[in-house]
Structure formats: structure tokens, C-alpha cells
Ligand binder design. Structure first.
Ligand code: NAP
Length: 321
């Protein structure tokens, strides 16, 4: 491990802010920390003042690790600039969905598949926030008991849509969601395809398959936006291949890395407890034969984005927290 690394954070939004916070909180070995966005300005991220630079190819000179937390798509930061950063010697850790399913790009949740980082080609993808939340408890259960089918319903916070989502809840901003979010529950996250599934629901299926190395895993998701500021909740049902006793399931969840387990039925986790914490909280476990159900919650900006990304960087440079 070197003395310190030159790190760039692309995007000064909600996730960029939390990446700065996690780099500091986890004491990541930094030589220099740059923040880049669409426009240059003074900005405060995680309580720290930055001269935000413009995200352009030359801004990646000398950068060892670049965290991308800008927007997605053809004109987005990662599609436009990840290659430029890699060409200048940086390893890119991308929070967006542009490259997650590319077979050459490792899609990593460190507690589940850190080994996928081996042989990376400069670009590593962070998984979708709902997928990460579900997989922390689900992966060890599937590895122990096998899985025939996973059915999940999400209850997702507005900060999952970035600053605009928070603005929609707090100030009634229009055009962010297809219906008003205040006092509502919207079962449509991303556009719906011909098969009726939304992009968010498809991400949960396809990303889970890739991360778990189970290309045929049946995952049926319903993704719902609710008027909560931060922390996504999920109700997960898994039909296991082998019969799973309650005691063994609880033992597996208690031992699961990154999982904070609540054993009592009335001690269930909620977004208000999870927000600001980097763990994934699990409770309300029920088991009948091969049918396992649980409830899980985690901060979408932390474990669902920034914490997972910084953990990937720690794996790359050999730091253990
Ligand atoms: N929010 C979540 O829970 C979450 C979870 C997992 C993954 N993600 C992903 O993380 C990314 C960031 O999300 P967010 O919630 O932080 O969004 P956000 O609050 O809307 O912030 C987006 C930031 O990206 C910058 N940006 C946009 N396009 C850019 C470009 N072409 N070049 C450089 N910077 C650009 C914006 O710059 P300006 O300030 O200059 O406009 C802004 O600072 C998205 O890809 C999102 O899908 C989000």
C-alpha cells in the first residue's frame, strides 16, 4: 500500500457528498481529494469546502481512483469521461448503471463477491442501491440453502432520485415522479418495458444474477417509491432449495458481513434507524419449510452507494477497516 492516493469524486450531489464523508470517516489514505462536476464553483461537501473543478479529460491527470457519481446515459459523466480517466491511469468506480452488466466490468458488493475485482480492466461498477440492500442478507442465505425463487417488494426513499427527488418531497417539485410523492406510494421506478417490468425491477434481477454468479436465478421485484427522505426498505421472500430451519436462518443472518440483525419481531428496523449508518439492518424473519421471509433496510446513499464504493477502493488498495 502506498502513502496516499489522489482521488477524484465526479458529481457534487447527494452521493458525491456521502463519498467524501465516507472517505474521511473510514480514513481512506488520501494524498489529494478533488471534486468535479459540470460547473466550477465553491461547494461544501460533507461539511468541507471544495473548489469544484469542471469534469473534463484533463482533470483526471494524476488521479489514482475516480469515483463517478454524476448522471447516467450517453451524455452522462461516466459514459463521457470514464475512458478518459482510465487512459490517464485511474481506476474508475462507477455508481451509475451504464456499465454494470458489461461482462468485462466487475459488478461488486465487497461482502458478497470481492473476488470479482481480480483482473479488472480499470472500470468497476457499484451495484444498484436496492440490489445491494437485498444481497447483504440474501447472498449468505442462498449460499447455504440454495434458491428456487426470490420475490421482493421495495419501499424506496426519494433521495434515491438525487437532489431532485428530495425537492419533489420537500418542495413539491413537479416532473420528477409520475404522480405526487407526498402522501403517496408510486409503484413505478424507471420506465416500464414491454414485459411490464421497470428498469429498477430489471436491475434487481440482472444485477443479482451477475453478482451471485447465478445466471438463472429467478428474481421477481416490485419497486415502489415512498415519501421517505433516505433509506430504502425491502420485503424479501426466498424459496430455498434445501429446507431452512429458523435457527439456521437466524444464525446465517447474524454471521452475515455488513448485516445488523434484529432478532425480536417487535424490534424491527426502519429507515429512521438506518439513515446515517453504513450497515444493512435485517429483521422480521419468518421461516416455514423452504419459505424464508425477511425485512431489510439500509441507507441508499451510504451502503447503497458511497460506502460500497469506498469499500471497493479499500479492497483495491489493500486497506481493511
Ligand atoms: N441517490 C442514490 O441513492 C443513489 C444510489 C446508488 C447510485 N446512485 C447513482 O449515483 C449517481 C449520482 O446520484 P446522486 O443521487 O448523487 O445525484 P444528484 O444529487 O442529482 O447529483 C448529481 C451530480 O452529478 C453531477 N453531474 C451530472 N452530470 C455530470 C456530468 N456530465 N459531468 C460531471 N458531473 C455531472 C451534477 O453536477 P452539477 O452539480 O454541476 O449539476 C451533480 O453534482 C447517479 O448515477 C445515480 O444513479 C444514486
Amino acid at each position: 500500500m502506498r502513502e496516499g492516493y489522489t482521488v477524484a469524486v465526479v458529481g457534487a450531489g447527494l452521493v458525491g457528498d456521502r463519498i467524501v464523508a465516507e472517505l474521511r470517516r473510514r480514513d481512506f489514505p488520501l494524498k489529494d481529494l478533488r471534486v468535479l462536476a459540470r460547473t466550477a464553483r465553491r461547494a461544501t461537501l460533507a461539511g468541507e469546502e471544495f473548489d469544484v473543478g469542471v469534469a473534463e479529460p484533463e482533470a483526471f491527470e494524476g488521479v489514482d481512483i475516480a469515483f463517478f457519481a454524476g448522471t447516467e446515459g450517453e451524455k452522462g459523466a461516466a459514459v463521457q469521461l470514464a475512458g478518459e480517466a482510465i487512459a490517464r491511469g485511474a481506476v474508475v468506480i462507477d455508481n451509475g448503471s451504464d456499465f454494470r452488466l458489461d461482462p468485462k466490468v466487475p459488478l461488486v458488493v465487497p461482502e458478497v463477491n470481492a473476488d470479482a475485482l481480480e483482473g479488472h480492466e480499470g472500470l468497476i461498477a457499484n451495484a444498484n442501491c436496492s440490489t445491494i440492500t437485498m444481497l447483504l442478507p440474501l447472498a449468505p442465505l442462498i449460499r447455504r440453502f440454495g434458491a428456487k425463487k426470490v420475490v421482493v417488494s421495495t419501499y424506496q426513499a426519494v433521495s434515491g432520485s438525487g437532489r431532485e427527488g428530495v425537492d419533489a418531497l420537500e418542495n413539491g417539485r413537479e416532473g420528477v415522479y409520475p404522480k405526487p410523492i407526498k402522501g403517496n406510494a408510486i409503484p413505478l421506478i424507471g420506465g416500464a418495458g414491454d414485459d411490464g417490468y421497470t428498469t429498477e425491477e430489471r436491475k434487481m434481477r440482472l444485477e443479482s444474477r451477475k453478482i451471485l454468479g447465478l445466471p438463472d436465478l429467478e428474481v421477481y421485484a416490485t419497486a415502489v417509491r415512498i415519501p421517505v427522505h433516505t433509506a430504502h426498505s425491502e420485503s424479501v421472500f426466498v424459496e430455498t432449495e434445501r429446507e431452512a430451519g429458523l435457527e439456521e436462518v437466524v444464525e446465517t443472518l447474524r454471521a452475515a458481513p455488513g448485516v445488523v440483525f434484529s432478532g425480536d419481531a417487535d424490534d424491527f428496523p426502519t429507515p429512521l434507524e438506518a439513515v446515517g449508518d453504513s450497515g444493512t439492518f435485517v429483521g422480521r424473519v419468518r421461516v416455514e419449510g423452504n419459505n424464508v421471509q425477511f425485512w431489510c433496510v439500509s441507507d441508499n446513499l451510504l451502503k447503497g452507494a458511497a460506502t460500497n464504493a469506498v469499500q471497493i477502493a479499500e479492497e483495491l488498495v489493500g486497506v481493511r477497516v
